[in-house]
Structure formats: C-alpha cells, structure tokens
Design a protein. Sequence first.
Length: 494
Amino acid sequence: MASSPLVLPGVLFVGEDERQRLTAHTGPAAGWMSPKGILQWSTEVSVVPREAMTEDVRRETKAVMPEEQIPPAKYPLTLEAAKRSPLVAVSSRLTSKLVEQNVRVHTIGVDRMTSSFFYIAEGGGEEPITVSGDLVQAVAEMLGERADNAAIERVLDSLVDRLLRSLSKDRITELGVELAAALPRAASDGSGAQGVDLDSFEKDLAVLVGASEKYAAPLQEIADKIGSTPDRKVDVPLYGDARKVPQGPFDLTVGDRKMSLGTYERWVLTGPFAEPSAAQPAPAPAPAPAPVAKPAPSPKPAEAKPAPSPKPKPVEAKPLAASPTPAPAKAAALAAPIAPRATSDRPPPPRPVTKSRPEIEAVAAPAAKAEPAKVEEPKPEPKPEEPKVEAKAEEPKPEPKAEAKKAEEPKPEEKKAEEPKPEPKAEAKKAEEPKPEEKKAEAKPKAAIEKAEEKAVEKKKAAEPEKKGGFPWLAVILAIAVAIVVYQVFLSKK
C-alpha cells in the first residue's frame, strides 16, 4: 500500500521513490516538493549557489531574484521556498554576466528520449568542465557482460545525483537542481517567471504541508537522528527504523570524460507508516497518578474551613427578633403552659373551672353584701377591664417552640408567675401591691362577676372551634385568673 509523503519544509522529505522504497531526503532543498528526479526531463537549467548572488553581483548584473518575482499574498509557500532554496536558477542571458562577475555557473541538461546527459561548469576562477553523453550506454559499458535491464536500472538509480556531486565538488545536488528549476529564474529582463507553473507548485506544497503538519515533532526527530548518527541503523518514529543503504564505488566514462564515483549512501525507512497516537499516549497516564496521589492531603485543611458556627447564627437570630413583641404581662401569663404536654390534658382543664364556680359565687356573695358602699369608690368600668385580660390571654403567638424557649429563660416575671401555684397567700400579697386593678376587682358585685365569667366561658367556647389544634391552656389561664381574683376578695374580707 502506497504511503503518503510527509515533509518538513527545508528539513526533511519522506516518501516513496520510483522503486516503491520509503526514502528520506534531508537538507534545505528537502520538503518543498515530491522529488521525481531529472532523468525524466527534456530540458536544461543553469544554477548558481545562493551565497554567490551577493548584493554587488546583483547590482552589477541588475538581476532580479526569484523571490522578488513571486506575489507574497497569492503564493506564500512558494515565496518561502524561493527564499530558502540553496540554488538559484538563472536565465540564459544572465549566465554570461555572472561568469564575468567571477561566479561559477552550473548548467545541467537531460533528454529522456535519448537518455543523454550534459553538465557544463564555467566561471568562478576554476577550469571549465563539460561532460556530455548517453548514460544508459555508459552504464552498459561499465557493466560489460553483467549488463541487463535490471542491473542497468540499479546503477541508474541516483546516478545523476552522484555525477553532480562529483563534478561540482558537492556544491550541486539533484534535489537542489530540481527545486530551483520549479521556481522563477533570476533574470535582468523580466523573463524569469516564463515557463514556471507557480499555481501548481503552491497547490502541491500546500497539500504536503497540510498532511504533515500534525507530524512535525516526529519528523523533526527523524531528521535529527539520521543527520547526526554514525550508525547504519537507527530507530525512528512513525516508520520503525531507518537503514543506511550504500552503493559501491565504480568508474564511469561519460562521453570522453572518465570519472571515479565514490560510495553513495541513502536512508531507507523500513515502514510501514504507523500513527503515533497509539504509542505516544501510553506513557502519558503513567506519570499522571503519581502527582495526583500527592496532593490528596490538601483537602484536609479545607475541611476545617466550613465550621458549623455560621449555621446556628441564623437560627438564633429568628427567635431574638420575636422576643421584644410580647409584653411582660403576656410573658407572665404564657409562662404557665410551657411544654406541649398540656395538649394531652385538653379535657381536664374545664372540669376544675366548672367545680370552682359555686365556690366562687358563695364566697363573693357575702363579700358583696358586707361592703356595698365600696362599689361607688372605684371607677365604674369593670367590663372593659375583663376583656383586656382576656385579650391579653388570647394574643399568644402560634409558635409554641419559640414560646417554650422564652419561657425557659430565667426572667424574674416568669418566676413570679410560677410562684402563685404552690403559695396562693404569697401571690395575693404580691398582687395587692403593684396591681391596682385587682383592688378594684374586689368591690365588684356578684352580678358583674357572674357576667364576666359567662362572657369568658362563651368567648373561650367560641375560640375553641375556630382554632383547630389550638392551645388548650387558654382556658386554664382564664380559670386561674378568675380564681385568684375571687380568692383575693375572699381573703380581704376576712
């Protein structure tokens, strides 16, 4: 299966050659195009090393460089290739001017129909060189009796590159000539871009770069390894390993010039191509668990931050806001039924109230008869006094939990309200001193007391069905209040 070529422009090219081998080319001329070799040409080109085109030479020859003839917005990749190409192709009219400026010019021509090859080098203060001949014939003569099609093909493989390196003293390579010929030529008459297809070059290079972009790191690693290792085999990413394949030296006569070609080596990758995703993510999870386990103790100090102190703050703020609403008299009245235990004692409260009524009436009758004159002294407003007491008793807020918390606080008023249960005499003394209303109640006639009791009972009965699941201790409070008043009247008469 054919493998798509991968490139790192100006560094590396990896792709199949005409014999379906994965070969690797390195150097500044590699990676800009897929090399096909110049044996397929039917043309010629003159090139010079880029460093030879100095500012003085360009000024004297009025040469326009290839990169100066390429629109940067339209051909950005082609422009970069022209700037970094190690060889510069020059027009035929500029060749003589460069030779006059002592620049060595190399002209290479190939005709695939006749398999002819020629090389001409002149200028630069060196002797001119001219080599021309039929390469197939030259190889067949060198092989002698061993010459056959397969053997000739093996020798012709990379033969042009070997000839150019030998004749130019390693200043010219086949790959460099092929790249320079695909770009505009340096010229002084504006003819440098004639016969050059910049659109195709830009399109092909964009495809190569796009397909190789995600493999830039492994491709750079391949270039570093095969460019610096003295070994003949080295492990490389993507392709497994790379081997240095040598071609032995031999003498070759091309035309009338005999040349000795030394050992030629090239890098061939074993393949096949393998995506790096399967091998690269494997080491990633190995170091990951080590740092994760170390910072595990970090959340321990974080646990101490959320202290439970902020939670009770809003709970305590709510009952405090409701505390100022009840008056001290109401707090004293509500102190008696503290806990919800009284809810289970709903039937008992009305029984003692009904039993105490005849006793209260019997005690209040002689008291009213003995001192009828005292009725005129207090202000005749007994009726509004009773509903006030009842209203105060009926106003408790429907929050037994909050009231229970208030009742548990050690308030002096609640202590006074709790004391009258076991000691009625002490309660009578305390009630006589601060409360003038109780003194006025002593002089109430029997009829007023009875009416007040009846109204209280009626209101209590009316309130009970309206408040379903209400507070049964309201009846107890009213009964106790009436009993205390009557009892105080009775004691005062004695």
